[in-house]
Design a protein around this ligand. Structure first.
Ligand code: MGD
Ligand code: MGD
Ligand code: SF4
Ligand code: MO
Length: 580
């Protein structure tokens, strides 16, 4: 017997899955093309939390829910309860708990650990962040992959890139960079200046689309003036790019249908919004919006066109997810997340979580956060509950029906419904919510997509007040030029952030003189960790790489947020590496 569901993970691909006799197989649809990735191929092998625990002792689910309700009731001011929800599961029904906590008056989070800065940059220029469908990428002639590691994070897009001219801009020589027609091993944080210089020379070399600019982006002359304030020689040296590199990129894209795929790598900095806005401004000069086979894509907004039936706002002012002080609250409910590994500045997070008198961890796996939680509630996995999801990589709206009768854990809906019942809060049936979400779908021949998504985004102008693109007008300049090393914390092929098989080493260029497996101490102004070295010739000699999910990586990072977008800025502070 075969049933179809979808991968629940925080991943561009949102694959369709056929469950055949209990085994997970990639559906043969045009996007998933019959294959899943290691996370899902080995999904059943990862040991789950089977039984709830309170203060280290196993308890029944009934007892756990009773404790949870009792504790909520005991907090006299509900805004003293923090609801901290991550993206361990991307199903829309995960928000069911927001409904309870928001209605009850608890404090929710805002901002992002992920793409908030880039998203803010996109919104400034376009007024919305519309997803560029893979079909348009397939119709392009040139693809610029800018701070995105497609083989690792978005592998199902690779077939759509076949036969195209590929340009990669990344401080790490990724797999795609190895095969690219042109690879620019830029210095980290150099992208804003690169975009400004590309724009300046695009204008000088006549690559702009006058008709498009006169209709949809008339302020381009002011932007040209901004690009002229950049001191060419000094800036090129600083970002380790030559005039020849700029010329080569412009030659490759001249007159070609071009797509820019920007990833989170470009915006893990405080000025991340400006970086993305500068890249978008370059795209607008070339007239890449609203045309077949063209576009600029930065993690599409997965919720574009999908509203939430759940109450998610209340009177309590939300706190920012990147620097929340858990210690300020009387209770913290952590769902689908591992803040003690994934939030920046782990030492600060640890101290603040330790101050919180009642931390609840609601998840699938043991991790740094479950290790310190007072109450642990296992969740059902995606195979064991009904859900539905959208994606930030394609326009699909994918049903995720229950395919297995689970024996452990509780679903987010059931947990929220229990709490709502206890506190006399209205909540509809799970089916009502699922129907509500399904109504945003539109069936096509072979799949269902979110209704109203544009096949060619921005065909009729932008979503700004005057329908025009707003160019970058000013930017925070990056003055950081000290001799310390850049820390790149990128995604690993074996883990999904901190889920599954985590990496444990620090990757360095051989020029630093460390041996393979030699223990080294990596320090920043936030703390230090010790890891075994791995020699990696894909890296520049001013960069050190530690994969996201590695234990301790965020001891090194700072919790200062991006200037716009309330985003964590994981790559802002520099590091030193020395022998242990
Ligand atoms: N296998 C796997 N897939 C995943 C995830 C995972 O953990 N594992 N995580 C998922 C999530 S949550 C997200 S947000 C997406 C993210 O997907 P991506 O955007 O692909 O994520 P990253 O690996 O963080 O960064 C991409 C690239 O940016 C480069 N980079 C770093 N700094 C700079 C810079 O200053 N300039 C430039 N030009 N490039 C830079 C890095 O070297 C890296 O190759 O992936 C999703 N998919
Ligand atoms: N240094 C560094 N830090 C980073 C990043 C980086 O690149 N570098 N990336 C950032 C990014 S892009 C992101 S998106 C965040 C991600 O940060 P988090 O959202 O905290 O992601 P994970 O660490 O993968 O934790 C997900 C948890 O969800 C739980 N889970 C899985 N499925 C379910 C379910 O169905 N129900 C419930 N209740 N729980 C479930 C699992 O137990 C798992 O522990 O991390 C950020 N942190
Ligand atoms: S993690 Fe991504 S690539 Fe892997 S199965 Fe899920 S959606 Fe597909
Ligand atoms: Mo993310």
């Amino acid at each position: 017997m075969s049933q179809t569901t979808a991968c629940p993970l925080d991943c561009y691909d949102a694959c369709s899955i056929d469950v055949v006799d209990g085994r997970l197989k990639g559906s043969q649809d045009t996007y998933t093309q019959g294959c899943l990735c290691p996370h899902l191929n080995h999904y059943e092998n990862y040991e789950r939390i089977a039984v709830p625990r309170y203060e280290g002792k196993e308890i029944t689910m009934d007892a756990a829910l009773h404790l949870l309700k009792e504790r909520c009731a005991r907090v006299s001011d509900p805004s003293q309860i923090l609801h901290y929800r991550g993206h361990g599961n991307f199903g829309l029904m995960q928000q069911a708990t927001d409904h309870f906590f928001a209605t009850y008056g608890a404090t929710l989070t805002e901002g992002s650990l992920c793409d908030g800065a880039g998203e803010a940059g996109v919104l400034e220029g376009r007024g919305s962040n519309k997803l560029l469908p893979p079909e348009q990428i397939a119709k392009s002639e040139v693809v610029i992959v800018w701070g995105r590691n497609i083989h690792t994070t978005n592998s199902h897009l690779l077939p759509f890139l076949k036969g195209k001219t590929i340009i990669v801009i990344d401080p790490v020589k990724t797999k795609l960079a190895e095969k690219a027609d042109f690879y620019l091993q830029i210095k980290p944080k150099g992208d804003l200046y690169l975009a400004l210089l590309l724009s300046r020379f695009a204008i000088l070399n006549g690559l702009t689309d006058e008709q498009f600019l006169n209709e949809y982006a008339t302020e381009y002359e002011d932007f040209y003036e901004l690009t002229q304030t950049v001191r060419i020689k000094a800036v090129l040296d600083r970002i380790d790019v030559t005039l020849g590199d700029i010329g080569k990129i412009l030659d490759l894209i001249k007159g070609k249908r071009t797509v820019i795929l920007a990833g989170v790598g470009i915006q893990k900095y405080r000025h991340g919004a400006d970086v993305m806005h500068a890249i978008d401004s370059f795209g607008a000069l070339l007239g890449l919006f609203g045309k077949e086979g063209c576009g600029v894509n930065f993690m599409g907004n997965s919720k574009e066109g999908v509203l939430s039936p759940f109450t998610t706002k209340n009177k309590s002012k939300p706190v920012t997810v990147g620097n929340v002080d858990f210690g300020r609250f009387e209770m913290a409910f952590v769902q689908g997340s591992n803040p003690l590994n994934q939030m920046p500045d782990t030492n600060r997070v640890r101290a603040s979580i330790e101050k919180n008198p009642f931390v609840v961890y609601f998840g699938l796996y043991e991790n740094e956060t479950s290790a310190v939680a007072d109450l642990i509630i296992p969740a059902k996995n995606f195979l064991e509950k009904d859900d539905i999801r959208s994606s930030y990589g394609h326009p699909g709206l994918l049903d995720m029906p229950k395919v297995v009768e689970g024996t452990v854990g509780i679903s987010e809906y059931d947990l929220a419904a229990e709490l709502c019942k206890a506190f006399d809060i209205d909540m509809d049936s799970a089916l009502t919510y699922l129907d509500y979400f399904q109504a945003f779908g539109e069936s096509r021949e072979t799949d269902t997509i979110v209704k109203g998504r544009e096949e060619i985004p921005y065909r009729n102008g932008f979503d700004t007040d005057d329908k025009e693109f707003c160019f970058l007008e000013e930017y925070e300049s990056d003055t950081d030029q000290d001799g310390d090393l850049f820390l790149l914390t990128v995604k690993s092929a074996k883990s999904l952030n901190s889920q599954f098989k985590r990496d444990s080493r620090v990757y360095l260029n051989a020029s630093h003189g460390f041996g393979e497996e030699e223990m080294v101490r990596i320090s920043s102004d936030k703390g230090s960790i010790e890891l075994a070295a791995a020699i990696d010739e894909r890296l520049r000699d001013d960069c050190v790489l530690i994969y996201s999910g590695t234990a301790g990586v965020n001891v090194l990072t700072d919790s200062k947020l991006s200037y716009e977008g309330k985003n964590a800025a994981y790559q802002e502070n520099k590091i030193k590496v020395e022998k242990c």
